[in-house]
Design a protein around this ligand. Structure first.
Ligand SMILES: Cc1ncc(COP(=O)(O)O)c(C=O)c1O
Length: 486
């Protein structure tokens, strides 16, 4: 007689249980090193590809067990990991992690939190909703707007634009999520040159098409020409349209004239979406709040957490004025799922993800731990870093600042003299590659108008004044070395 209490796989599940009981003690020192060591680890490892080559092996028949697998992972991260939590990563817009947020994310992972609906995690769902309420208070987003957490600003734009597209269809008398777009006209989209690539991607995904975006031309000051914007609105002739206002662009931290665009667009039949991925945090400081004044009139708003809120990846937030549009755009139900009209919250039915992780843990914890004042201090610390770095650039004879610094991004280039603009573009492009190769800093180049620039974005509480001074010195050193090789 087989022993019915002894399942054939018991030996293996016993092994997993034993591993699970040791997991935290096995990892404690390594995690401590990872978190504390973020201040000192190099931004980029030397030759990560060499260490990564060992990944390409066939699937093992017999695994090595958790301890060895995790040791291999830690070793790989030590040899090939980018120190994105550290103080010297200024590429893209990379935020840090507050200790409370980092810890809360580890807690959420420990409990394998599933925030699809109220019953899968009453804690995770309520924490998310409460954290979204606090974010509204923090940023001055109208209390009546409805939020949902997503992976980042791309997906927050996706939520806002999906709600916009649903609204637009309803204006024309059809239900986009029910019947699709076939045979329908295209939804007009008006924005400015500051429109982020993520918004373009979203409009492509939603069947609107990138080529269908009308970006109004620049005026003399490089900002949108408001008269041209008004003309584009008039040309709609009453048709419903989506207007995207960009509160914070990535090359120099500039802003569309938010209030003016909102006022003008409101006179037309437009859905107003504000992409404030990092720029909306300007609202926290009296020094920068004017940049986003008027954004509260939006129909939908994008905010990113893994940038300037300093919570771990991935974490972004969409806010939409009309909850019904979110529910209709993302409707999701089946016999085994909560009913569409269930009054209890199902977050998987108002956003793109169905199963979803406990992002609210980190957001709630950081706002609980540091409050409005702590987060204002992080923002102002980064504003101070940017202002200080701009001063260092201005004072250095071989560096040239390329734009005003309204927020946390400093556009500059290496300019030792003796090169024309085209030569400087080439030099700075090559220097950008040399800086990455060097690995002390993660900072990227972009274009401001025709010119190639560096555009460090300071968004991490860990960054110190000496870090940004060292960046200026290293760019100059590497620039001089590059010149000698030319
Ligand atoms: C204004 C803006 N929108 C959208 C995005 C995309 O954000 P994510 O990478 O979090 O999806 C970014 C990223 O830098 C951004 O700056």
């Amino acid at each position: 007689m087989p022993d019915i209490h002894r399942h054939p796989q018991s030996g293996f599940t016993d092994q997993l249980r034993a591993e699970a009981s040791r997991l935290v003690s096995d990892l404690a020192d390594a995690l401590d090193d990872a978190i504390v060591g973020a201040d000192e680890r190099q931004a980029l490892p030397a030759d990560p590809d060499r260490a990564l080559q060992r990944l390409a092996v066939p699937l093992p028949d017999q695994g090595v067990g958790a301890r060895q697998a995790l040791e291999a992972l830690l070793d790989l991260q030590a040899r090939a990991g980018t120190n994105t939590a550290g103080p010297r990563c200024y590429h893209f817009v990379i935020g840090g992690n507050t200790p409370a947020a980092h810890g809360a994310d580890l807690v959420a992972a420990a409990f394998d939190v599933l925030t699809y609906t109220w019953v899968t995690s009453p804690v995770g769902v309520r924490l998310e909703l409460q954290a979204l309420e606090w974010l509204k208070e923090l940023l001055g987003i109208p209390a009546g707007m409805h939020g949902v957490m997503v992976t980042g600003a791309t997906m927050a734009n996706f939520v806002g634009m999906a709600a916009a597209r649903q609204w637009w269809g309803e204006q024309l008398g059809f239900d986009v999520s029910e019947t699709g777009l076939s045979g329908q006209p295209q939804m007009p989209v008006i924005s400015t040159r500051f429109l982020h690539a993520a918004s373009r991607k979203v409009l492509a995904l939603q069947g609107i098409g990138m080529a269908n975006i009308q970006c109004v031309e620049d005026g003399a000051d490089g900002l949108v020409d408001l008269d041209a914007f008004s003309r584009a609105l008039e040309a709609l002739d009453g048709q419903p349209a989506l207007v995207v206002v960009n509160a914070g662009e990535v090359n120099a931290g500039r802003f569309d004239p938010v209030a003016e665009m909102m006022t003008r667009a409101r006179e037309h039949n437009c859905w107003l979406h504000v992409d404030g991925a990092f720029g909306l945090f300007a609202a926290l400081s009296p020094r920068t709040a004017h940049l986003v004044a008027g954004f509260e009139g939006a129909d939908s708003i994008t905010v990113d957490g893994h940038k300037w809120l300093n919570v771990p990846y991935d974490s972004g937030y969409a806010f939409v004025r009309d909850h019904g549009l979110m529910a209709r755009a993302f409707r999701y139900s089946a016999d085994y799922l909560p009913a569409e009209n269930d009054p209890r919250p199902t977050l998987g039915a108002i956003g793109p993800e169905s199963s979803r992780r406990g992002r609210g843990f980190a957001v709630w914890a950081t706002l609980k731990a540091y409050g409005r004042d702590g987060h204002r201090r992080i923002i102002e610390h980064c504003l101070d870093l940017a202002a200080h770095f701009a001063g260092v650039v201005d004072a250095h004879p071989a560096l040239e600042r390329m734009a005003e610094v309204p927020l946390n991004i400093v556009a500059f280039r290496y300019n030792p003299g003796g090169f024309d603009d085209a030569g400087l573009d080439d030099l700075n492009r090559q220097l950008g590659e040399a800086v990455i190769e060097d690995g002390q800093f993660l900072v990227g180049t972009s274009k401001l108008g025709e010119r190639t620039i560096f555009r460090p974005a300071f968004s991490n509480w860990r960054t110190r004044f000496e870090d940004v001074e060292a960046l200026a010195n290293r760019v100059v050193e590497l620039g001089q070395q590059l010149e000698q090789r030319l």
